[in-house]
Ligand binder design. Sequence first.
Ligand code: NAD
Ligand code: MG
Length: 306
Amino acid sequence: MTDTSSDTATRDQFTFSDPTKLYARIDTEEQYQSGPGLDRDMQERADLGEQTYRGSGRLVGRKALITGGDSGIGGATAIAFAREGADVAISYLPEEEPDAQRIAALIHDAGRTAVCLPGDITDPAFCRDLVQQAATQLDGLDILVNNAGKQQNRPSLEEISDEQLDETLRTNISAMFWITKAALKHLPAGATIVNTTSIQAYSPSPTLLDYAATKGAINNFTKGLAASLAPKGIRVNAVAPGPIWTPLQTAGGQPPEELPSVGEGTGLGRWGQPAELAPAFVFLASPESSYVVGETLNVNGGMTSP
Ligand code: NAD
Ligand code: MG
């Protein structure tokens, strides 16, 4: 069956579709939210695969911690992991509780355990506690998705405050070190780590200098950590999204007036949706990718990447 209508009532992620026509109904209009932004308050809700993601037993019995699992790419990944059979802990900021509760309910609907762990990952002590809480409440841990991120556009280097620089570095890269370091004692051979990087690692925007630098660092960290942990049977990989319609983008990730046109720079000519990212995380988390190590899987609608 060919689907060009993007009718989520009848399609799932396996439905044969023209990717230029998918999501034609989602209007990525100008809007702005302060703070991290809520999925709930987006004028045009992102598609997290709520109606479409169909599991097929690829993560049965697994125990996953997903940072930023309340919304966007992490939220879509949480839904997919649960439908593939995993119990899932999600981390997020306290002000994102409504989004987190919605994702937790979807995890429960899939028949899996959901663990909600609010807190600020710019605090290394919280990062350690987060991992301990996840491992205790899930009774183990064998998937870590380092996905939380901060992105604030600024017209020039001079306009990036010391505070913003520090927060971006801590959220996007330092927390990845703190959380992964704390997770190692829980992860058995066979466990998988998936880090969220970005097209910005290769094609930095002049307006995202601090953010793009962290994404370059994440790619580098992923490759080095992969080499370090492969002999222990722990695989580390990354997913590099292109422009994806999420709260981060509507909360200062892009200038609001540019939101309607950002997706036009891709080969497919549109924004991606979080639901289109989740299968990449499932693949890298599951044993089917057993010989894939230190890879960055680009999911960017056809932007040029190495
Ligand atoms: P999102 O806003 O849905 O998710 C980001 C999450 O990060 C938030 O939900 C929040 O819970 C978490 N977070 C931020 N600061 C935090 C803090 N101090 N403590 C705890 N949690 C914190 O947006 P998204 O686009 O799905 O972002 C997920 C990842 O994808 C990020 O790493 C982002 O850089 C990356 N990414 C996004 C795009 C895109 O176009 N949306 C493109 C490339 C990469
Ligand atoms: Mg969020």
